[in-house]
Structures are given as C-alpha cells and as structure tokens.
Design a protein around this ligand. Structure first.
Ligand SMILES: Cc1ncc(COP(=O)(O)O)c(C=O)c1O
Length: 411
C-alpha cells in the first residue's frame, strides 16, 4: 500500500494503515454483517482451515472490518520500531469485545495452575479484581509489588519461584503514577518473565512499550483509540510469533470474547484521527493543569506534565507528551466533590475517559462509593479527588466551566 511512500508518518498510518480495497470499491471498509463466510470448494475450505490460504471462516474468528482495526493498531504500536535483528518490528493484534476480554485472553494463553504474576498498586479496578479474585480460583497467584523499588522487585524475583508474568499499567489510575517500562523490562527479561503493558492512557501516539521489550500491549479501545465513546472494545497486541498466531489466537477464539463488525467500524473511524486528537487532548490538558495548580481551592494536581508530579521526569523520558488525564484534590473534601460535579455546565459527569468531550468523575461518590474510606485513601482516592479526561473543546471554554464550578463551592 505504501510502495510509493517511504516511511509514512504516524498520522498517515492512522488514516491508511490496515486498509485493503474491497471488491465493490467502497471507499471505507464496510460493516461486514455476516456471521459466516463461504468456500468455493471443499478443497478451498480445507486450505483456509489449515491456514494455507488466507480467508475468513466464521465471525467469532474475525471479519474484514475487524481485520482492518487489528492491522491498523498493530502498525501504530510498531511505528518506527525495529526488532533485535534490525528489521522493522512486526506486530499482530486481536480485537476483543472489551479491554477485560483482551487481558483475559493474554492471561489464559500464558499461565497455568501454580504460576504467579507480579503487578503493582493502582491498576484499573477491573484488572485488579480479575487478578485478585478470579485468578486464585485457577491456582494462579497475583503478587503486588512496588514497581518503583527495582531492588525490591529483583529480590522478590530471586527469592520466589514460579513467577511467569509481569503486568504493568502506565500511566495508571487515578494518581497518574508511571512505571519505568525500560527498567522493568530489563529486570523481567533477566528472570525470563513475560511482560504485558496496559497502554490505554497513553496510546501508541504517546508511548510505545514494545520499544523496551514488552511481549504484549493491551488497550481498552473504549477510550482514546475509539475516541468518541461509541463502542466498548479491547485489543491485545503481540509480536508476530508462532505462539501469538497459534495458542494466543486459539485462546481468543475459544473464550469467545470477540469484537463485532459494527464496533470495529466505529473503532477504525476513530483511529483515523488518533494523532490529531491526542495532540489537542494533550495541549488542552497542559493548560488546564496550569490553571488548576494555581487555584486556591485545589490542594493538589496530579498531572505528569507538572514538575511537582513524582514521575514527571520518567513521563518526559517515556512519553512523547504528558497523557491527557489528570486528577485533582479539592480542599473541601467529599461534599465539595459532589457540589463541584453538580456545578459543571459544559464538562460531562461520567466514569469513562478518552472521548472528544471532557469527562470528570468524583470516584469517592461514584466508582468507589462502596470501598471503605481507609482502603480508598490507601490507593490514592481521597474524598475530594476528581479525575478529569481532557477533551477536545476550546481550552478557554473548559477553564471557564471549571472556574465557575469552583466559584460555586461553599466557602
Ligand atoms: C486502563 C484501563 N485498562 C483496562 C480497562 C478495561 O477496559 P474495558 O472497560 O474496555 O473492558 C479500563 C477501563 O476503564 C482501563 O481504564
């Protein structure tokens, strides 16, 4: 497709990568609403089933719309990266019904009874629960370590047998804590661990974990990759190995957490503007963080673009720009959190992130309302904490909305 263009840029790839012209010359790959695919002959059926001939078989295994989204994401995660032998890095991707389904495929394709995982605090809540509540029933233990303390991680690995996989998420919810992917990969490789990174908050525009040697990247495509809040989805990306094409793909098909043509179509459309959107999201976030930082009713702003953030330098090294999600602490605590959310007129009150519109959420009164206050505080979710996914609106309008809502808080 790119025969005439050498080294196309990221935005060009967002628009064109993964697209194959279809027989009716539709400009965009249509929504292939067909649950199964036909064979010209019994012999062709055998060839397709045995992988000797390219072709689609059954909707749970994929379709042309899904294939386009997968190919596009794989190209973007590999953008500009090379393999150990100097050749262009070749990745492959599997689209799922949700981010959670993508994580489940990765875990079940790589782990068995008796294995251990190492992970860190403040993973996305659903991931944490999956690791802590579902895996033990399968005989797999999740060990939570402080990934900022490399010496402690090394000691743990030297003294504990059976650790197979390292799972990390960076930046992570809601404090935007970052993990040093390069350092952790080095440690993990020295202990022959499989490494999976959740790249949802950063996207390949800001951060490419494969650069540091991870084996898998997963995304909740529900967020910035789709970018418009129109579909729940997930993707698992891995090196194009026999293992990925074989047992990982088999696990995906057998678990049945597949995507569908409509949601893949929405994802492809969203991906086409990923670079443009991320740039604007990030510029807006920087302006908003500066505004919040100087406001007298705000105790703290957690944003990786501020030198006050503990991971400011790491984020600058590892990401192209600071991720466009931030959180801030209202001095007035729980009641101020609720009042503030009620006073917003432009920003959206919802729990997701990564959409064109700016979304705020008060975890203490919503997502974490059932969590005992002490446990909440321990994971950084204080009473007055607000999480903000900065959208694409004019930043002046966003700042005005925040300013007006803050002005309404009871003294
Ligand atoms: C960082 C992160 N990872 C994974 C997930 C799970 O993705 P999904 O909700 O698409 O299953 C989420 C969802 O919010 C998330 O924020």
């Amino acid at each position: 497709m790119f025969q005439k263009i050498e080294l196309p840029g990221f935005d060009t790839l967002c628009i064109h990568a993964g697209h194959t012209p279809e027989q009716h010359r539709a400009h965009l790959t249509p929504i292939y609403a067909s649950s199964t695919y036909t064979f010209d002959s019994a012999e062709q059926g055998v060839a397709v089933f045995q992988g000797q001939e390219e072709g689609f078989i059954y909707g749970r295994f994929g379709n042309p719309t899904i294939r386009e989204a997968e190919a596009k994401i794989a190209v973007l995660e590999a953008f500009g990266l090379h393999d150990d032998d100097g050749s262009e890095l070749k990745l492959t991707a599997l689209l799922h019904a949700s981010g959670m389904a993508a994580i489940t495929t990765m875990l079940l394709a790589n782990l068995k009874q008796g294995d251990k995982i190492i992970s860190h605090q403040s993973l996305y809540g659903g991931t944490q629960e999956l690791l802590d509540k579902i895996l033990p029933g399968l005989g797999i233990e999740n060990c939570i370590l402080d990934f900022h303390d490399l010496a402690a991680v090394n000691t743990f690995l030297n003294t504990n047998a059976g650790v197979k996989l390292m799972y990390l998420e960076t930046p992570a919810n809601p404090t935007l804590q970052c993990i040093d992917i390069a350092a952790l990969c080095q440690l993990a490789k020295a202990h022959q661990l499989i490494i999976c990174a959740d790249n949802t908050f950063a996207t390949p525009f800001l951060q490419q974990p494969f650069k540091y040697g991870v084996d898998y990247v997963m995304h909740s495509t529900t967020k910035f990759l789709n970018g418009h809040g129109t579909a729940v989805g997930g993707v698992l990306v891995g090196r194009d190995t026999a293992h990925f094409r074989g047992s990982v793909t088999k696990t995906h098909r057998l678990l049945g957490g597949n995507s569908n043509a409509f949601e893949a179509f929405l994802l492809v459309n969203g991906l086409r503007t990923l670079g443009l959107r991320m740039e604007r999201h990030c510029h807006n976030a920087q302006a908003i963080a500066q505004f919040l930082k100087q406001h007298p009713l705000i105790a703290q702003v957690n944003y990786t673009g501020l030198p006050s953030h503990p991971d400011f330098e790491l984020a600058a090294r590892q990401m192209k720009m600071p991720a466009p999600v931030l959180s801030f602490e209202l001095k007035g605590g729980f009641e101020a959190g609720k009042q503030f959310m009620n006073a917003l007129k432009l920003c959206t009150n919802a729990v997701s992130l990564g959409t064109c519109d700016t979304i705020l959420c008060h975890p203490a009164s919503t997502t974490h309302v059932g969590v005992p206050p002490a446990a909440r505080q321990a994971s950084g979710i204080t009473d007055g904490l607000i999480r903000m996914s900065v959208g694409l609106e004019n930043k002046e309008d966003l700042i005005r909305d925040l300013e007006n809502a803050l002005a309404e808080l009871a003294p």
